[in-house]
Each structure stands twice: as structure tokens, then as C-alpha cells.
Ligand binder design. Structure first.
Ligand code: PXP
Length: 244
């Protein structure tokens, strides 16, 4: 069974729009957990546009499942992670102006810096994942720096699914890259996760990739929850993932 990590950043986006203390991300996380989430993901961005430092600590203290912290490999945030001790960290690239994480991390080009970050986080007992494009060379680089896991960036997969369709050359080629990168990740002993842009329409296709441990899904669930409520939005995507 593939696990579901629910990214609740956009509950905090709503809260920060008014700088109020609601909607509560603690309450949101609890609803997600009761509705089948296997973990809760938040991204502590350098600009703190949604999740705030205290959210990370409060979630760590209140969750019944696992906390996955997405973060750039930046010293200030690394120190917070070492202090808050989430169960998992996913290292992501981060640009100030982007609306969301665009593209995977180039692990190959910054191995020595990342080797150090990964070693420090792992020493604190945190399971460390790298958010990378479906690219075999990046998977090998993750193995070289002793990461525990990879999260394959499914942004291109989602874009081609929506714009070109599943029979298009573009979509088929991206699927091929995902299959190939996944096989290598498993051979290298890495935990295999995927995420970004996954939604109620496209999630069934990616379930066909064998060896998947967990999907991290945020925007589509939070957007759907406006109409169905958060619990139902989580239950429905979980049903799709588990093939019902
Ligand atoms: N995984 C990672 C590493 C991400 O950065 C994000 C976006 O914050 C997601 C998964 C979830 O993407 P989406 O919100 O498009 O479902």
C-alpha cells in the first residue's frame, strides 16, 4: 500500500493572508490524520510565506503520525530542523520569487555541501530525502551523499498529463524517466517517494510505478477541501491511491 503524506502549507497560506491565528494547522493536521494521512508535510520557506517556525514545533508535539519537513539546505533552516527534530526532512531547492518548488534539486552539482547537511540531519535521527527530477544521475548522486530517500518531482508528469494527455510522446517519455529513476533508486536501497502536482485525475497513473513508498500531496487536497471538507478530500485521494 502506498502511503499518503498530506502537505498542509496552504492552510497556513490562508491563515497568513489575514495574519490571524486561524484556520489552525494543528486542527487541520489532526483531521488529515483521522482521515487516513500517514504523515503531515510542511515546507518552512526562507521567506516564511506560510509555515512559521513555531508551526514546526507545535506539529512535532501534536502529531500522532509523522512530521515531514521540506526545507532548503540553508544553515538557518538546518539549525531549526536539528532542534525541532521532525521524523523526515526533504531537501528542496528554493527560489524567492517562485510560486511553488520549480524543478528538483541539483544534487550532483553540490555534493560536498549536501553530504554535510545530510550527515548532520541523519546524526540527529532524522530520515533524509532529496527532492530530485526523475534523472538517474541525480539518483546516483543521492546515493553517494548517503541520503535515505528520494522524492521524485512529478511536476512535469502532472503538466504533460494535463496539457498533452497520457498518450502523448511527452507524457510517455516522462513516465519512462520515472520508471527508470525509480528502479535505480530501489536498487541503490533508497526509499522511493514522489510528489508535486499530483491530483484526483492524475494520481492513478503514477501508482503503476512499483516500489513507491509515499506520495506527498498538498495543493489539490486543500483546494478540494473548500468544497468537500478536508476529511473527505483526504479520504477520497487515499481511496484513489489504494485502487478503490
Ligand atoms: N513535495 C515537495 C518536495 C514539494 O515541495 C511540494 C510542494 O510544496 C509537494 C510535494 C506538494 O506539491 P503539491 O502542493 O503540488 O501537491
Amino acid at each position: 500500500m502506498i502511503k499518503l503524506g498530506v502537505n498542509i502549507d496552504h492552510i497556513a497560506t490562508l491563515r497568513q493572508a489575514r495574519k490571524e491565528n486561524f484556520p489552525s494547522i494543528i486542527e487541520a493536521a489532526a483531521i488529515c490524520e483521522r482521515s487516513g494521512a500517514d504523515s503531515i508535510t510542511v515546507h518552512l520557506r526562507e521567506d516564511r510565506r506560510h509555515i512559521q517556525d513555531e508551526d514546526v514545533y507545535n506539529l512535532k508535539n501534536s502529531l500522532k503520525t509523522k512530521l515531514n519537513l521540506e526545507m532548503a539546505p540553508n544553515e538557518e533552516i538546518v539549525k531549526i530542523a536539528l532542534d525541532a527534530k521532525p521524523d523526515f526532512v526533504c531537501i528542496v531547492p528554493e527560489k524567492r520569487q517562485e510560486l511553488t518548488t520549480e524543478g528538483g534539486l541539483n544534487v550532483k552539482n553540490q555534493k560536498s555541501k549536501l553530504l554535510n547537511v545530510v550527515a548532520r540531519l541523519r546524526k540527529a535521527g532524522i530520515i533524509v530525502s532529496m527532492f530530485i527530477d526523475a534523472d538517474v544521475e541525480q539518483v546516483f548522486a543521492c546515493s553517494d551523499i548517503k541520503a535515505d530517500a528520494v522524492e521524485l518531482h512529478t511536476g512535469r508528469y502532472a503538466k504533460f498529463f494535463r496539457e498533452n494527455g497520457i498518450n502523448s510522446v511527452e507524457f510517455k517519455e516522462e513516465m519512462r524517466r520515472i520508471f527508470e529513476a525509480s528502479q535505480v533508486a530501489i536498487k541503490e536501497g533508497l526509499i522511493l517517494n514522489a510528489g508535486h502536482g499530483l491530483d484526483y485525475d492524475n494520481v492513478r497513473q503514477i501508482c503503476k510505478v512499483s516500489g513507491m513508498n509515499e506520495f506527498n500531496i498538498g495543493f489539490s487536497i486543500i483546494a478540494r477541501s473548500v468544497f468537500t471538507g478536508l476529511g473527505m478530500a483526504v479520504k477520497n485521494i487515499k481511496k484513489l491511491i489504494n485502487g478503490n
